[in-house]
Structures are given as C-alpha cells and as structure tokens.
Design a protein around this ligand. Structure first.
Ligand code: GRG
Length: 308
C-alpha cells in the first residue's frame, strides 16, 4: 500500500520505538498509581482496591490520555491525575465484570479475581470505592488546568461510566446471554459502550485538559471509536486463538458460553481484516497533525498487533 504521509512523517513513524514508548509510559503510570492510593484504616478495603489496581494490565487508557494531551500541547504532569482516574474506573469495571452475578471469572490480569481473594462483598465495595475515588482524584489532584475544563472532564467520565456507556453496554450484554440471533448492530452497541466508551473518554479527556475545540474533539472521537471497535474485535479473536497464560484471564470463554462475537459473525480472517481497516481509518484521522500524531498512530497499530 502507498502511504499518504509525506516522507518525514513516514520516517518518524518507522523510527518510532513503540515498545520503548509503552514501557516508559507504563512505568510512569505505575508510579503515579502506586502513590495514588495509600493504605489506611480500614486496611481491608484499601488492600482490596490496590490488589486489582496494581495488578498490571496494559495501562492503555492512561497512556491514551497522556498521549492525546501531549499531542495538543499539554504535559504529562497535567494529565496524570486524569490518567490514573481512568485506570481506577477501568479496574472497577473489571472487578464488577468478574463477579459471580456478572461473568463469574476466576482470573484477571494473571491473578485470582478480586472476589476470589476478598469475597464478593468486599469486591463490590472495592469497585465502588475505586469509582468514587476516581472522580475525587481528578478534581483534587489536577494542577494548572482551569476548573471549567475539569468540569467537562468529570462530565465526560460520568458519561462513559453511566447507562450511556459501560453500564448500558453491560446490560445489553447480559440480556444477550444465551441468545444466538444477535445481529451486528447489537454487537456494536455492546462493544461501543462496554469497551469503546472508556477508550473514547481516555482520548477526549486528554484533549479536554488542553481546552480543545469541538472540531478537534470530534476528530479524536472518530479516532477513538475506530480503535475501540478494533480493540474489541482483536479481544474476540484472542479469546479463540490465545491461552490463559498469555491472556492472564480465562481463554475460550466466548465459545464455551456460546457468546456472539465478531469472529463468530464474520470468521477469523474477515474479523482481522476489519480490525486492520478500522486501525487504518483511525490513523488517517490524525494525519493532519503530522509527526506529532506518531505516538497515537503507533498505539492504534499496537491494538491489532497485541498478543494479550
Ligand atoms: C462502571 C458502574 C460500573 C459498573 C460496571 C461490569 C460493567 C459495569 C461493565 C463491564 C465493562 C467491561 C469489563 C468491559 C470490557 C472491557 C475490556 C475489553 C477489558 C479488557 O481491557 P484491557 O485489555 O485490560 O485493556 P488490561 O488488563 O490490559 O487493562
């Protein structure tokens, strides 16, 4: 395929070391998360919250937030509290998703799930605690950002969690359990809400920290929607083609539960092609930023190349 990018952008893209970039960003996020939640009385709940928050994971949502903020001229320092809040929200959604009343999973991020270690009661509260703390954390810890920008970020995060986002996606997912006649629109609804909404919030909150205008937000929302869907398609593929050791969570669950997935709808080859098409579209949205867009474009590539 002939690249539409000018040669200097192509060179910047081919010289960009994504592995090193992700490693560095992950280390920054780990350090910030580590100090975000000290253990105090009652220790049990703080330990349960930290157990899942510090259990690893790719830290994709924080990294997207930092990268978008930097793309638009902001700094890592400005964005780090929001980046941590995104990971707190994501972690709470994983804890609740794994509960016996939801997906009933025993493993997550290569470890026993929160309720397996702390019991269901504490796991529910650990999720609630992380969710509430995320909002407090953004407002209390963000420095050098106007309050009106922070208000928009808080609203955007709320929108991503509420029935307009994660909760709505999870409800439709639960409703579809055991049904074999799920169409592509319903599948898209589930995943654009369960997975896409928080990825979009990660990108848009990074932009909102810099006071981005509507056109910029719309462009970045298109980038996020495309990588969000690609991310989910790859998730579905990996559930079939990978193992628990590599994924850090139970593999093959979708087939066992006879869940409707993209590979089930389209087959593995078409699913992979579709993910690649979405990533190419996501990258094209950012072409006008030239070299500055290389990190976000490389993150889009990582979504289809990842093994877990
Ligand atoms: C948000 C109030 C509230 C309730 C939760 C349970 C629920 C409602 C929603 C489910 C959301 C969910 C678990 C979606 C799946 C998203 C997804 C693809 C998770 C895996 O993300 P990765 O691969 O995981 O980024 P790591 O571990 O790398 O962070």
């Amino acid at each position: 395929m002939i690249s539409a990018d000018p040669p200097h952008v192509r060179n910047a893209a081919s010289n960009f070391d994504l592995k090193a970039y992700l490693k560095e960003r992950q280390a920054l996020v780990e350090a910030a998360l580590e100090s975000s939640l000290p253990v105090t009385y009652p220790e049990k709940i703080y330990n349960a919250m930290r157990y899942s928050l510090m259990a690893g994971g790719k830290r994709l949502r924080p990294i997207l937030c930092l990268a978008t903020c930097e793309l638009l001229g902001g700094t890592i320092a400005m964005a780090m509290p929001t980046a941590c809040a995104l990971e707190m929200i994501h972690t709470m959604s994983l804890i609740h998703d794994d509960l016996p009343a939801m997906d009933n999973d025993d493993y997550r991020r290569g470890k026993l799930t929160n309720h397996k270690v702390y019991g269901e009661d504490i796991a529910i509260l650990a999720g609630d605690g992380l969710l509430a703390y995320a909002f407090e954390y953004v407002v209390e810890q963000t420095k050098n950002v106007p309050a009106e920008y922070l208000l928009k970020i808080v609203a955007r995060l709320g929108h991503a969690v509420a029935a307009t986002g994660l909760v709505g996606g999870q409800v439709v997912d639960l409703e579809c359990e055991g049904k074999t006649n799920i169409g592509v629109e319903t599948l898209h609804f589930i995943h654009s809400h369960k997975t896409g909404a928080l990825l979009e919030a990660a990108v848009l909150s990074g932009a909102l920290l810099t006071g981005a205008d509507e056109a910029t937000l719309e462009r970045l929302a298109r980038y996020a929607a495309n990588i969000g869907l690609a991310f989910q398609i790859i998730d579905d593929i990996l559930d079939i083609t990978s193992t628990r050791d590599v994924l850090g969570k139970t593999a093959g669950k979708d087939v066992t539960a006879q869940k409707m997935t993209y590979p089930r709808l389209w087959g593995l080859d078409k699913s992979r092609q579709e993910a690649e098409r979405l990533v190419a579209e996501a990258k094209a949205e950012l072409a006008l930023y030239g070299e500055a867009a290389v990190p976000l474009q490389a993150i889009a590539d990582y979504i289809t190349a990842r093994s877990h």
